[in-house]
Design a protein around this ligand. Structure first.
Ligand SMILES: Cc1cc2nc3c(=O)[nH]c(=O)nc-3n(C[C@H](O)[C@H](O)[C@H](O)COP(=O)(O)O)c2cc1C
Length: 319
């Protein structure tokens, strides 16, 4: 195996984004990164994605807002966060920015507010990229609506792109749509440099004895191993539809999950719900991946990526 076997070079319009390995952490599941530094060395990760930031701090939804489900969890946090200034003042300076790509996830109620957020962050040194959340199912205003309408997805992407200067822009897609490729193409047309998919699937859990919803918000976003097949399908479809790089998210728990996302075309993955089960899980994954590559005789990830073979129907019968 070569020295850079785990490295992923993500081609962008203005220069490449180089990750030492394809293990990123997913927004909302890893705080602002700083909180997890007690569980492992942040610089061993391919990168982190921060909790979604809005212009002003948000309190989020009332409790209860997390519930465990079969093979996953439902959340309706409602984008509680310290706001962009709180993050810039209290968290960003504590991150090892020179050795760790930090992707800042943003959320707003309007294209104008998205634009203001992007403009504010474009002047901040050390940020690797923005991730634009147009796919949150847990907020009343905006959120998922932007990600379900190709025109709105285009508009938000264009607004962020125009305001973000040289910062690469990744748009995060929702699986809660009829055609994810239609939205992906709209974002690409709006100027997105990368796409990430997927955000959570809208779901619901009930408390049978109490005869009421398990979440105060009634509905929430399903995540974890339960959604991995949906996520793989989405990544595969999107990667085949657009020319820009795609990052896979949804139920990544082990090295094989990472390899599966890369096989269907992703350049990297984000680890989300697994961090709730084991806060050191993401830190362990690069070594697990290396061991698994050796076992499967995968020389390097860059050439492995996107090599899924779909046999024709005749050869399926012979298998
Ligand atoms: C508790 C929780 C909070 C989340 N908050 C955000 C967020 O602020 N912004 C965002 O884009 N996605 C958010 N997500 C979605 C995740 O980043 C990820 O897309 C999703 O959980 C699927 O990945 P997983 O199955 O590995 O968890 C959140 C997910 C969870 C479980």
């Amino acid at each position: 195996m070569d020295d850079n076997k785990m490295q992923m070079t993500i081609p962008l319009k203005s220069g490449d984004l180089v990750l030492k390995n394809p293990v990123l952490t997913a927004s909302g599941t890893f705080g602002y990164g700083v909180e997890f530094s007690r569980y492992g060395d942040l610089t061993g990760l391919g990168g982190i994605v921060t909790k979604g930031l809005s212009l002003k701090p948000m309190k989020g939804n009332p409790q209860p807002r997390i519930v465990e489900t079969a093979a996953g969890m439902l959340n309706a946090i409602g984008l509680q966060n310290w706001g962009v200034e709180g993050f810039l003042e209290n968290y960003l300076p504590k991150l090892p920015l020179e050795q760790l790509p930090v992707i800042v996830n943003i959320y707003a109620h309007s294209p104008e507010d998205f634009s203001s957020l992007a403009a504010r962050l474009s002047n901040v040194p050390g940020i690797a990229a923005l991730e634009v959340n147009i796919s949150c199912p847990n907020v009343a205003c905006g959120g998922l609506l932007f990600g379900q309408d190709p025109k709105m997805a285009f508009e938000v992407t264009r607004a962020v792109k125009q305001a973000s200067g040289n910062l690469p822009v990744m748009v995060k897609l929702s699986p809660n749509v009829t055609s994810i490729t239609e939205i992906a193409l709209a974002c690409e047309e709006g100027g997105a440099d990368m796409l990430s998919c997927i955000n959570t699937l809208t779901g619901m859990a009930v408390d049978l004895k109490g005869r009421r919803p398990a979440l105060a918000n009634v509905v929430g976003g399903l995540s974890g191993p339960a959604i991995k097949p949906v996520a793989l399908r989405c990544v595969w479809q999107v990667a085949n539809a657009v020319k820009i790089p795609v990052i896979g998210i949804g139920g990544v728990y082990c090295a094989d999950d990472i390899l599966e996302f890369l096989l269907v075309g992703a350049y990297a993955v984000q680890v989300g719900t697994a961090n709730f089960h084991r806060p050191n899980k993401a830190f362990e994954l690069p070594a697990e991946l290396e061991a698994r590559m050796k076992k499967l005789k995968i020389e390097n990830l860059q050439s492995f990526r996107g090599t899924l073979q779909i046999p024709d129907i005749k050869s399926w019968d012979e298998m």
